[in-house]
Design a protein. Structure first.
Length: 121
């Protein structure tokens, strides 16, 4: 399975899209870095997970997450990093996405200091 980064919302199951956005809105994606189309990041969940994604232009070719998820091709951690990549590349304005702004507001309401202590898996 490969897909275009810009088609993320239609390429992935809706629940994975929403959970990925929730993780990104909750600032759980750290250390996003890219070198020659290979992206990596850490995602905080029940544990810290390492995510690697290979992009060829705008085409998402390969990905890896060391979480135990095995119910589909893409986990929420990979989805969160894909949204972070799209934002980093200036290809997405998450502030205009209603679901993202709703989650961000809920996160800030629950934790005004934005220092989340418990992160649901």
């Amino acid at each position: 399975m490969s897909f275009l980064l810009r088609d993320l919302e239609s390429a992935l199951p809706q629940d994975i899209v929403e959970k990925g956005l929730q993780y990104l809105a909750s600032d759980l994606v750290d250390n996003l870095a890219e070198q020659d189309g290979q992206w990596e990041a850490d995602v905080q969940g029940t544990h810290n997970y390492k995510v690697n994604i290979d992009l060829v232009g705008d085409q998402v070719e390969n990905w890896f997450c060391d979480c135990p998820y095995d119910w589909g091709p893409v986990c929420k951690h990979v989805a969160a990093v894909l949204f972070a990549i799209r934002t980093d590349k200036g290809e997405s304005d998450l502030a205009k996405m209603p679901y993202f702004t709703k989650i961000r507001a809920q996160t800030e309401e629950a934790d005004p200091s934005n220092e989340n202590e418990a992160h649901p898996e």
